[in-house]
Design a protein around this ligand. Structure first.
Ligand code: AHR
Length: 667
């Protein structure tokens, strides 16, 4: 499919997979909740989820389907030195027309959205040789081009305020880079107040780097703002929605939860840059845009409402992470380990801040008659969002200022909403001063779940696969909120798979986990390693994505020990057996991070009757496979039918992850 030209999607070799999935669904529907074997250990059903942060253009220019860059003229030099309100826009006067443009702030749509432009079309010319309309206007280049596909519809909108006495006609076109028209519509202003105008543009031809042109084609003066273009086909056709192809990749992973909005984006580059959830709900033209600490701009178009809606759309629990009233310790772009840029909200502002945190819970879970529940309902969602988890803080430096504020917020949430699980934080590393202090604070306050972060070598993940076996079960549980081995080769992905079997084995203490970061846009990447790379019209799936998907789409809620026997002295071999009581399926994960084929001995005697025809999915390759952007599709999981018996040997290919899903008979 053209839209996903970089990735051809699933090929013939995976047609089996579709059939197997249908069979599985049929059998699952027939099965009742099944009892696990008596030796089973209950593990977290929320173990594998997603981490989403607007880093690497993951939101604006990425998952958020808006095609116009700088739609509200709010870009400024604090984001990038050469950025200004007309970045990504060009003032044009085709057909020897003339007039003027200015950026103004005197009378905006809303004070949250201060900049807009004023166009004064003094003379509309006529040039016989010129193919498109003549006029005075602006052209947007999108995020390095606007992608349009033949026959597809695009929802255009803008806000305009007529400043002259007579209506002004606006001609809106999509053009290719030669100026040829791909689609055209006209709008006539009818109000001297700010008003929203819409039009549907249907593309005559496909083009990946189209331009959006808005021209006053009759003389007059008008103000313009929030100029927007979305594909009509967003994920689940949501207005102000998400790119369907990228959102579907996440849905396919069946994540138990989605953490958002970060990462460092959550606690921000200085106090003024903290991500304040209230700024990101309501009509987009009233949201507060701000600098993205990763060096670009946040429209907040993908805001809290959209995050919660997306979670609901794919059956994932929302996991918002709010600042602990302190900014990122690396604020000011020092990026020093243990940086000193952390600033804390003055104590006399804390009550107001704590109320902001409590209001989020009311917004998500309150009835439509509550103050904040009513706002959710007014936005189109009267039903509650069933929020269960709230993260407070993101790998903050554990200073006295942090500790004091965290405790204030934690205690207030616990008191008002005892059913909410608050997640604390333990710094940016797997060990060290902040890690120790974070856990100590958590112990003192009885914080139920602590967020750990670490990015390190594949060797570390292999040699630390038993990390959580040693954790004290009387302490809080773990949310491994950010982790990745440095790289997108098979070796990295398989090392992560080894580690993830340890997460399952310890799923009684490890409650949640999420690989990070999730998305990276080709040529706009600030952080490597990432799980999914994308461009404006396609994506590349890394081996790390496949591993994550193979685990999260094959979760269980019980862990069963002693099913898999292997050479325990070989740390490159790892296995886990979980049971999903919903489907009654036994799921084996067998990882071989070595260079030779290796044997696992399987004993399923702990289970009752099984169906011998199972599904086996293998991801395998060479250690260095998929190590470049162009080569990422080199590996792909392959599903096939597989005969199993209660006792069997499995020869795991070198550098591989195998998932075997076995149906049990519920008697
Ligand atoms: O995942 C990228 C960054 O890594 C996150 O923003 C931050 O929390 C961590 O340091």
């Amino acid at each position: 499919m053209r839209k996903n030209r970089l990735h051809t999607g699933y090929t013939a070799k995976n047609i089996f997979c579709t059939c197997a999935i249908l069979l599985t669904l049929f059998l699952s529907a027939a099965a009742q909740t099944t009892n696990p074997p008596s030796s089973a250990k209950k593990i977290s059903a929320d173990l594998f989820g997603l981490f989403f942060e607007d880093i690497n253009y993951a939101a604006d220019g990425g998952l958020y389907a808006e095609q116009v860059q700088n739609r509200s003229f709010e870009y400024n030099p604090t984001e990038q030195r050469d950025w200004h309100p007309l970045t990504s826009w060009e003032y044009i006067t085709p057909g020897y027309s003339y007039g003027s443009i200015s950026v103004e702030t005197a009378s905006p749509i809303n004070s949250n959205n201060p900049h807009y432009i004023v166009l004064n079309a003094e003379h509309i010319g006529k040039e016989e040789k010129y193919a498109g309309p003549s006029g005075v206007g602006i052209k947007n280049t999108g995020f390095a081009g606007i992608v349009v596909n033949t026959g597809e519809q695009y929802n255009f909108s803008l806000f305009a305020k007529q400043l002259s006495n007579t209506p002004v006609t606006l001609t809106v076109t999509l053009q290719n880079t030669k100026g040829e028209i791909l689609s055209e519509q006209s709008i006539s202003t009818s109000s001297r107040k700010w008003q929203k105008y819409t039009a549907t543009l249907t593309a005559k031809e496909s083009f990946d780097t189209a331009l959006l042109v808005i021209l006053a084609t009759t003389p007059g003066k008008l103000a313009l703002d929030v100029i927007s273009l979305f594909p009509a086909k967003t994920f689940k056709n949501r207005p102000n929605g998400l790119r369907a192809d990228l959102a579907q990749l996440l849905a396919d992973m069946k994540p138990a939860f989605i953490r958002f909005p970060g990462g460092c984006l959550a606690h921000g580059d200085g106090l003024g840059n903290m991500y304040r959830w209230k700024n990101t709900i309501g009509p987009v033209e009233e949201r507060i845009e701000q600098k993205n600490l990763w060096g670009y701009h946040q429209t907040a178009g993908l805001g809290y409402y959209e995050y919660f809606q997306f979670c609901e759309d794919i059956g994932a629990k929302p996991l918002p992470v709010l600042p602990a009233a302190v900014s990122c310790q690396n604020s000011g772009n020092t990026w020093r380990i243990g940086g000193t840029g952390q600033k804390a909200l003055p104590l006399n502002e804390m009550q107001e801040y704590i109320q902001e945190v409590l209001d989020l819970i009311e917004w998500a879970n309150g009835t439509v008659t509550s103050t904040w529940g009513a706002k959710r309902a007014a936005a189109g969602h009267p039903a509650t969002f069933n929020l269960q988890y709230v993260g407070i803080g993101n790998e903050d430096k554990i200073t006295p200022g942090f500790e004091e504020r965290f405790a204030m917020i934690f205690n207030a949430v616990k008191e008002k909403y005892p059913g909410i699980t608050v997640i604390g934080t333990s710094g940016p590393f797997h060990s060290g001063e902040d890690f120790d202090k974070g856990w100590k604070l958590a112990d003192k306050l009885s914080v139920p779940v602590i967020d750990e972060h670490y990015y390190t070598s594949p060797e570390w993940f292999i040699s630390n696969q038993y990390r959580y076996d040693q954790y004290n079960r009387k302490q809080g549980q773990v949310y491994l909120g950010e982790y990745a081995s440095w790289g997108n080769t098979m070796q990295n992905a398989i090392a992560e798979a080894v580690y993830m079997t340890g997460l399952e084995r310890n799923g009684d203490i490890v409650k949640l986990s999420s690989y990070a970061p999730l998305f990276a846009k080709k040529d706009y990447t600030q952080w490597k390693t990432d799980m999914i790379f994308f461009s404006n019209n396609g994506y590349y799936l890394t081996p790390n994505y496949h591993v994550q998907k193979m685990f999260s789409a094959n979760k269980g809620n019980y862990y069963i020990d002693k099913v898999i026997d292997k050479n325990n002295s070989d740390s490159l071999l790892a296995g886990s057996c979980v049971f999903d009581s919903g489907s009654g399926d036994i799921i084996l994960k067998l990882v071989n991070a070595g260079k030779e084929e290796n044997v696992f001995k399987i004993n399923l005697n702990a289970f009752g009757k099984i169906i011998s025809k199972s599904t086996k999915t293998i991801l395998s390759g060479n250690a260095e496979d998929a190590n470049s952007f162009e080569n990422m599709d080199a590996v792909e999981p392959i599903a096939s039918s597989f005969e199993v018996s209660k006792k069997m040997n499995y020869e795991a290919p070198p550098m591989s992850l195998t998932v075997i899903r076995i149906k049990t008979i519920n008697k």
